[in-house]
Design a protein around this ligand. Structure first.
Ligand SMILES: [Zn+2]
Length: 795
C-alpha cells in the first residue's frame, strides 16, 4: 500500500535537464581529458561546477531548492552506462579495470564506452525513438550484480551540501534489463567476446538477483535524507519480444520488492515515470506495487481512462504535459485542458492536494538549453520556440493554473496563444505550390523497374569486381576543413576561396581513395557540417540555430535544424561538388544525399501536421536533387536513412502506418532514378531486425548497414527475410578509435560471404569516417581493401 507519510511531490518538476553544458562545456573538458590535455581533477572540478550552475539555474527559473523538484541526472557519458556501473554489471573483458574493491574509476568508465586496444566497447544503440544513444549493458546468466559505485549518492550529497535537495534519477530495474543484451559466458579477460547466451535466456530472467542492489541503493539514499528518487521506466511504453504480461509482471514484482523491502523513511519515496509513450496498463501495476508516484507522458500517450485512474489508489499522478522532445512553445490552453480532464478522473481537488503534478513528457536532455541564446534567429521564429529553460517555465505556468484556478498564470497563457497564432498565420508555414506538387505524386512516381533488370543494366555500366569496396561517404573532418567552413560562414573567406579550399580537399580525398584501391569513390563530404543540417540550410522551410546543441552519444552533440514551414528546394545542393569529384577520376563516384526520414528524425519538426506529410515534402525536394545528379552523369546515388529504425513507433499497433509513410518517402526521393542508376542506402546505429521488410521495400539496389560490433548479426535476419539485393554489412567499427587488424576485417568479410551471395556483397565501414582521424582511417581502409582482396581471391 502506498505510504501516506510520503513527502509531497512538488506541483511542478522536470524529468531531466540537458547535461552537456550550455556551451558544450562538458564535451570540451571530457575530450580534453581523453586527449591527455587535462587532469582527472580538472575534469571532476569542472563537472561539479557545471552541476552547481545547473542547480542554480533551475532554482532561478522557479523550481524550489528544497522539495526534490530538481532532478539529479548528471552523466559523464550515458545514463544506462551509469546504471550498469552502479549495479556492478561490468562485462568480464573489462575486469582488469576494477580495483580491489571492484570499483571502476572514471578512466575505466570511459573505457567501457570507448574500448581500448583489442577490448571492444559496449555496443551502442538508440534510446527509444530518439536520436540519443545509450551503451548496451551485457547481462548473462552469471553476471554478478552488486552496488559497485556510489555516484548516485555522491551527487545527491553534493546538492544537499549546497542547499539543494535534489531528486536522484536512475534507470529503473525493468528498463535496465530490457535494454540489456543477453550474453553467455565470458571466459577470461582481454578481448575475448562473450559466447552466445543459452537458448531462451533473457536478461529479465535476472530480475530477482538485481533487485537487492536497488534496495541497497535506495537505503543509501534514504540514510542520506533523499525524500524522493526517480526510477525511469520508459521500457514499459514499448512492445518488446518478451510478452507484455511478462513485462508487466516484472514491473509489479520489481516495485513490490523495492517498496516493501524497505519502508519510508528508510528509503526515499518512489517516483516511477513511464516517458516516451503511453503505458496505460502499466500505471495500475506500479501503483498496486506500492510506488508513491507514477509518471505518464501526456504528449505521446493518451490520458488514462477514468477506470485506470480509479485503480491508482493513493499514488500521485505526475503528468508530462510539456513536450520534452520538441522546441515549440506549448499550446498551454490545450495542455491545461488535458490536465483538467485528467484531474476530473481523480479525487476532487487532486491538483491542490498534491495528487496531480505537472512535468515534462520526457527528460529535457533532448532539447537545447535556452532560446534566449539564439540571437541570430529570426525574431518571429524565435518567439515561437521553447527550449529547456522555457519549458521549465511552461511547466510552472501549467502547475500554477491547475492549482490556482482560472486567472492564475494568465499572462503566460496569453503570450503562448498569441505566439502560436502568429506562427500559423505565417505565409511560409503553408505554401500552396508545395502542397499541389505533393498531392500530384502517383504510384508510378514511386515505382522503379524490377531489381533484376536494374542489376543487369547496372552491372554493365559500372563494371565492378565482386565484393566491391567503398566507404559510406564522409572522410575525416580535419581542423583545416572545419576552420575553412567557419571562416566562410563568418565572411572571412570569400566564396571563391572557400570553393577552392573544398575542391582541394575533395581532390585529396579522391587521390587517397585511388591510392588505397577502393572501387567506388566518394567526394568525402567536407562541405557538410552535419548530414542533416547541411541539407536543411539549403532547403526552404528550415532554420538553423547557433547554440541549439543536444547530446547524441557521449560527448557527441548535434544541432538539429528547426523544420518550421513547407519545404522546397530552391536550387541544386550537392551536384557541383559531386560532379567535380567525378571529373578527377575514372572510377565511379557515389553521390551522397540524406534521406527524408533521417532529415525528419534529426530535426525538430513541426507539430501542426502529421510527419508523413512533412516527409513527403522533404522527399520531393530530394527527388529533384536525385534527378539533377543523374543528369550530371552520376551513376551511383546513395540516400542515407540511418534513422529509419529510430522513428519506429514503440507500440506495435502504430508500426505499419509508420513504415508505410517512411518507405514511401524514400521511394518518392529515389524512384526518379533510371534503370542504370544504382541507388544505395545506408543504415546504422540500430538493430534493424524489426524493420527488415521495410528495408526490402525501400527497393534500393545496395544497402550498407552497421554490423561490425555485432559481428554480422543482421545478415541471417536479412537472409531469413528473403532480402536479395546488394548489401554492404559494415566490417570496420568507426564508432571506436580502434583500428582493426586485417585478419579481423577479413574474418568479418568471410563471415558475411557465408550468408550473402558474392555478387551482392559489398565491403565497407559501418558508417561515415568524419569523426575519425586520418591516422586511424588510412590504415583501417588499407586493411579493408586488402581483406576484401583476400576473400575475393578465395571465391
Ligand atoms: Zn551511418
Amino acid at each position: 500500500m502506498t505510504d501516506r507519510t510520503a513527502p509531497q511531490l512538488p506541483a511542478a518538476t522536470i524529468l531531466g535537464y540537458p547535461r552537456i553544458g550550455p556551451l558544450r562545456e562538458l564535451k570540451r573538458v571530457v575530450e580534453a581529458f581523453w586527449a591527455g590535455h587535462s587532469e582527472l581533477d580538472d575534469l571532476e572540478a569542472q563537472a561539479a561546477e557545471q552541476r552547481r550552475s545547473q542547480r542554480t539555474r533551475l532554482v532561478d527559473l522557479g523550481l524550489a531548492p528544497d522539495d526534490a523538484s530538481i532532478p539529479s541526472d548528471f552523466s559523464y557519458y550515458d545514463q544506462v552506462l551509469d546504471a550498469a556501473v552502479t549495479l556492478g554489471a561490468v562485462p568480464p573483458r573489462f575486469a582488469h579495470l576494477l580495483d580491489e574493491d571492484g570499483a571502476l574509476d572514471l578512466p575505466g568508465y570511459f573505457t567501457l564506452a570507448r574500448g581500448e586496444g583489442d577490448v571492444a566497447p559496449l555496443e551502442m544503440t538508440k534510446w527509444f525513438d530518439t536520436n540519443y544513444h545509450y551503451l548496451v549493458p551485457e547481462i548473462g546468466p552469471r553476471t554478478e550484480f552488486r552496488l559497485a559505485d556510489d555516484r548516485v549518492l555522491r551527487l545527491f550529497l553534493e546538492g544537499a551540501t549546497e542547499g539543494v535537495t535534489t531528486r536522484p534519477v536512475v534507470v529503473g530495474p525493468v528498463t535496465f534489463l530490457l535494454l540489456s543484451k543477453a550474453v553467455g559466458e565470458q571466459h577470461g579477460e582481454g578481448a575475448a567476446p562473450a559466447t552466445a547466451p543459452p537458448a531462451g535466456f533473457t536478461p529479465l530472467d535476472r530480475l530477482e538477483d538485481l533487485l537487492p542492489v536497488y534496495v541497497e541503493l535506495l537505503r543509501s539514499l534514504g540514510r542520506a535524507g533523499a525524500p524522493w528518487v526517480q526510477l525511469d521506466e520508459p521500457a514499459l511504453a514499448v512492445d518488446w519480444d518478451v510478452p507484455r504480461e511478462r513485462v508487466l509482471a516484472a514491473a509489479e514484482r520489481a516495485y513490490a520488492v523495492l517498496a516493501t523491502e524497505t519502508t519510508r523513511p528508510e528509503r526515499p519515496a518512489l517516483f516511477v515515470p513511464v516517458p516516451y509513450g503511453s503505458a496505460e496498463d502499466a500505471l495500475p501495476v506500479l501503483a498496486r506495487a506500492g510506488v508513491e508516484a507514477v509518471g505518464l507522458d501526456l504528449v505521446r500517450g493518451a490520458a488514462p481512462s477514468p477506470e485506470v485512474l480509479a485503480q491508482l489508489g493513493d499514488a500521485v499522478v505526475v503528468a508530462g504535459a510539456v513536450d520534452g522532445r520538441n522546441v515549440w512553445r506549448t499550446d498551454l490552453d490545450a495542455a491545461l485542458a488535458r490536465l483538467q480532464e485528467l484531474e476530473a478522473g481523480l479525487p476532487d481537488g487532486a491538483a491542490r492536494d498534491g495528487r496531480l503534478c505537472v512535468t515534462t513528457s520526457t527528460s529535457l536532455q533532448h532539447v537545447p538549453y535556452d532560446v534566449g541564446a539564439e540571437r541570430a534567429l529570426d525574431p518571429q521564429l524565435r518567439s515561437w520556440l521553447a527550449f529547456a529553460d522555457q519549458k521549465v517555465e511552461e511547466v510552472l505556468a501549467l502547475a500554477t493554473a491547475l492549482t490556482g484556478g482560472p486567472g492564475a498564470a494568465s499572462e503566460a497563457f496569453r503570450t503562448a496563444a498569441d505566439r502560436r497564432r502568429s506562427r500559423f498565420e505565417h505565409p511560409g508555414v503553408r505554401r500552396e505550390d508545395v502542397r499541389r506538387r505533393v498531392a500530384a505524386i502517383g504510384e508510378e512516381d514511386v515505382t522503379r523497374a524490377d531489381f533484376a533488370e536494374r542489376a543487369a543494366a547496372q552491372a554493365e555500366v559500372l563494371d565492378l569486381p565482386p565484393l566491391p569496396t567503398t566507404t559510406i561517404g564522409s572522410f575525416p573532418q580535419t581542423s583545416e576543413i572545419r576552420s575553412a567552413r567557419a571562416r566562410h560562414r563568418a565572411g572571412d573567406l570569400s566564396e571563391e576561396e572557400y570553393t577552392a579550399a573544398m575542391r582541394a580537399e575533395i581532390e585529396r580525398v579522391v587521390r587517397l581513395q585511388e591510392e588505397l584501391g577502393l572501387d567506388v569513390l566518394v567526394h568525402g563530404e567536407p562541405e557538410r557540417n552535419d548530414m542533416v543540417q547541411y541539407f536543411a540550410e539549403q532547403l526552404e522551410g528550415f532554420a538553423a540555430t547557433e547554440h541549439g546543441w543536444v547530446q547524441s552519444y557521449g560527448t557527441r552533440c548535434t544541432r538539429p535544424s528547426i523544420l518550421w514551414g513547407d519545404v522546397a528546394r530552391p536550387a541544386p545542393i550537392t551536384v557541383e561538388w559531386t560532379r567535380y569529384a567525378a571529373s578527377l577520376t575514372d572510377k565511379p563516384v557515389k553521390g551522397m544525399l540524406t534521406g527524408p526520414v533521417t532529415i525528419l528524425a534529426w530535426s525538430f519538426v513541426r507539430d501542426d501536421q502529421p510527419p508523413a506529410d512533412t516527409a513527403a515534402q522533404v522527399a520531393l525536394a530530394l527527388r529533384e536533387e536525385v534527378a539533377d545528379l543523374e543528369a550530371a552523369g552520376i551513376g551511383i546515388i546513395q540516400v542515407d536513412e540511418p534513422a529509419l529504425r529510430e522513428l519506429l513507433p514503440l507500440r506495435a499497433e502504430h508500426r505499419p502506418a509508420y513504415l508505410d509513410w517512411s518507405v514511401r518517402a524514400f521511394r518518392i526521393a529515389t524512384a526518379v532514378a533510371g534503370l542504370r542508376t544504382q541507388v544505395h542506402t545506408h543504415l546504422c546505429y540500430s538493430e534493424f531486425g524489426d524493420v527488415i521488410d521495410a528495408i526490402d521495400a525501400l527497393d534500393a539496389d545496395v544497402t550498407s548497414i552497421e554490423a561490425a560490433r555485432s559481428r554480422m548479426e543482421v545478415l541471417p535476419e536479412l537472409h531469413a527475410a528473403g532480402f536479395a539485393r546488394g548489401v554492404g554489412p559494415g566490417v570496420y567499427d568507426i564508432h571506436s578509435p580502434r583500428v582493426p587488424s586485417e585478419d579481423e576485417v577479413a574474418e568479418l568479410v568471410g563471415l558475411a560471404a557465408e550468408s550473402v551471395h558474392p555478387r551482392l556483397l559489398w565491403v565497407n565501414p559501418d558508417c561515415g569516417l568524419k569523426t575519425r582521424r586520418y591516422e586511424e582511417v588510412e590504415p583501417a581502409l588499407r586493411r579493408l581493401v586488402a581483406a576484401a582482396g583476400r576473400v575475393r581471391a578465395r571465391l
